[in-house]
Design a protein around this ligand. Sequence first.
Ligand SMILES: Cc1cc2nc3c(=O)[nH]c(=O)nc-3n(C[C@H](O)[C@H](O)[C@H](O)COP(=O)(O)O)c2cc1C
Length: 190
Amino acid sequence: MDVLEAIKTRRSINKVKDTPVPKELVEKILEAGTYAPNYHHTNPWRFFVLTGEGRKHLGDVFVEIEKSNLPESELEKNKEKLEKLKNKPLRAPVVIAVGIEPSDRPKVLKKEEYAAVNSCIQNMLLTAHSLGLAAIWRTGARTYHPKVRDFFNLSENGEIVAFIYLGYPDMTPPERDKPHFSQFTTWIGE
Ligand SMILES: Cc1cc2nc3c(=O)[nH]c(=O)nc-3n(C[C@H](O)[C@H](O)[C@H](O)COP(=O)(O)O)c2cc1C
């Protein structure tokens, strides 16, 4: 698939089949991520590939976080919500958690490390799409919770930037209305 076509036809797909995704395809996606631009060649991305039962551990962390925000007396009332939360990572056969470990070299700016990881994620989404897979970048406040960071053994400076839910598409996303780029563009010729 031509790059421009991939960019223009990629969509966030939130409903995928249970069908497993071959490891070789996941590896292609991971490899593409590492081709993103990264100033000072810091390779700040970290990948955690969750499949099968492995996804359940993440659900347990989500529940732990939610529970820590609830008083003991509210737990029973929130049982259904907690159960839903526990099952969130089971929505796709593969969840790739993309983390960041920013370099501590003095010349390296943290915001540029994030820029590199965000580019990495877009590479991954586009590659998934070009391979006929569906993907969606998911976050939410819980993503950045220290318990999530600790679960993935990231350092105090690191965190998860995206959960990429990956699988074979089970829906066609509705048409989107793309505003014309000219609305956001200023040409400065002289
Ligand atoms: C930083 C970031 C976080 C996102 N988190 C979520 C999310 O938690 N849930 C979700 O449904 N989509 C999430 N998305 C996907 C956007 O909702 C999606 O890209 C947007 O609706 C445009 O749709 P498209 O990707 O099909 O063009 C996220 C996207 C970005 C860039």
